[in-house]
Design a protein around this ligand. Structure first.
Ligand SMILES: Cc1cc2nc3c(=O)[nH]c(=O)nc-3n(C[C@H](O)[C@H](O)[C@H](O)COP(=O)(O)OP(=O)(O)OC[C@H]3O[C@@H](n4cnc5c(N)ncnc54)[C@H](O)[C@@H]3O)c2cc1C
Length: 286
């Protein structure tokens, strides 16, 4: 197995594109190294992206935030401006693993590992985040929800690397939240995860919203019907019930040791209401 640490995206992309065997990008390694050590994968090439400068920074730009692909959960949690603008996204990323895991794990790795239960992904999807992908044919930008295509599978092509995650600029009176349900208090895989991002008008009416669900389908879901249920409302009881019903209806879960289908469907609705309430409060609503 070869281990490479290129300093440019072009070099990293070329290494991956030219490799005939099994090649992986390495960010924090908290998924990849576990799979390697347990013998689940036997890579021929590992390309560590942490020496590529553009993957290591969080930049506040004219259009929002650009978060490099190798930025860790701990670094996200230390960025006051990012936490203020996108508290739900940062909280979701900071739910991943323990203190030790936080020192390595990245949101991009969480996304590219393509687990349906990945914690940061519903928050990113609700936020309307995009990813910048660098590959042999140059760069392209796609919405986060288009990256995972099934458990453990992404839409990335050979030689492609995610360089950064883009979070849009927040309009005034906006808030987001991510909640997950796990059987233990921490260090567990979500039974259900819900991300909500919304913007209120001057009267406290929801004028824009995005709702996303994790762990209830083969990929994280964007649920437009759930957003529609709360847009134009002040999140009164009727709107909240419609939100919960839309979330439950969107679920296509499996039964497993953490929860049954029926349980996941019910919990998705309950968590969506709670997350929407938190997002509303963060947006300055009541
Ligand atoms: C003890 C423990 C607890 C955990 N708890 C949680 C939890 O609570 N919630 C949760 O969601 N996850 C959890 N995880 C899983 C893991 O920590 C996360 O998925 C983490 O975000 C992965 O990020 P990473 O940077 O370590 O990814 P890596 O392991 O480096 O990479 C993961 C995958 O993504 C690919 N990849 C990484 N970066 C890129 C890139 N820039 N471009 C293209 N492909 C890329 C890699 O090739 C690999 O296939 C846990 C893991 C451990 C070991």
């Amino acid at each position: 197995m070869r281990y490479e640490r290129p300093t440019t995206l072009q070099a990293a992309s070329q290494l991956l594109a030219k490799e005939k065997g099994l090649a992986y990008v390495l960010a924090g390694g908290t998924d990849l190294l576990v799979r390697l050590r347990t013998g689940f994968i036997e890579p021929d090439l590992i390309v560590d992206i942490k020496r590529i400068a553009s993957t290591r920074t969080i930049a506040k730009t004219a259009t929002g935030f650009k978060i490099g692909a190798a930025v860790t959960g701990a670094e996200l949690g230390e960025n006051a401006a990012l936490k203020k603008a996108w508290p739900g996204v940062v909280e979701a990323a900071n739910l991943i693993g323990s203190k030790q895991v936080q020192g390595r794990a990245t949101m991009t790795g969480n996304l590219c590992n393509a687990s349906p239960a990945a914690d940061s992904v519903p928050a990113l999807v609700a936020a309307g985040a995009k990813v910048v992908i660098a590959g042999p044919k140059g760069k392209r930008t796609i919405p986060v929800e288009q990256v995972p295509v099934g458990p453990g599978k992404t839409s990335l092509k050979k030689g492609e690397i995610i360089e950064a995650i883009l979070l849009p600029k927040r309009p005034a009176k906006s808030g987001d939240a991510y909640l997950r349900f796990i059987p233990r208090t921490e260090m567990d895989i979500a039974v259900v995860g819900v991300g909500v991002s919304l913007t209120l008008d001057a009267k406290g009416v929801v004028k824009d919203a995005r709702v996303s669900l994790g762990a209830v389908a083969p990929t994280v879901l964007l649920v437009p019907a759930a957003a529609k249920a709360i847009i134009g409302t002040k999140l009164d009881a009727k709107a909240m019930d419609a939100l919960a019903a839309a979330c439950s209806a969107a679920c296509k879960p499996i039964d497993d040791k953490r929860g049954t289908k029926d349980y996941r469907i019910k919990v998705a609705g309950v968590l969506a209401k709670r997350a929407a309430k938190i997002a509303q409060q963060r947006a300055g609503g009541k």
